[in-house]
Design a protein around this ligand. Sequence first.
Ligand code: ZN
Ligand code: ZN
Length: 175
Amino acid sequence: MRITYACTACGSTVTVNDAETKPSLVCSRCGAVTEMATDAIARSGPGGEPAEVGVGEPRLRRCLVCPCTELFARKDFPQRLGVGIVVAGLAASCVTWAQRLLVPTFAILFGTALVDVILYLFMPECLTCYRCGTRYRGAAGPFEGFDLETHEKHRQQRARLAGQASVGPPASPTP
Ligand SMILES: [Zn+2]
Ligand SMILES: [Zn+2]
């Protein structure tokens, strides 16, 4: 399982491979240690038998970085690549269309759409934490696709926390 998270100390994006075999996450930039919740990875298989760490995909119960239990699964598909393929296909079809080559035009349009679909189908799923945005690759879990309502809930929670932080602690009275 590969984890990509934002370091709580320095804010840089940290990627950790084989995270399930490590006792804690260490920031490669500032060295800050993020303790992983020990119960976040399910150690038992679907039949209740103990699942060995490193065999198959580890099952996540919740986020390892924050206590959030809400994650969403989505295809690990780089959106820019998908858009890039479509744009390249459109540009190429414009050239053939200008030369009145009807069959190549439709072949290019159909081909680029097909490439997008095939790429999408073969892309692995990636889990993302609603609360802290940590991404998990090579992990399974009982999580559904993206839900806008849950996302909005966490966004408002974050905004509230940020508002409280900017107000800061009450100033101590000066004698
Ligand atoms: Zn750091
Ligand atoms: Zn999280």
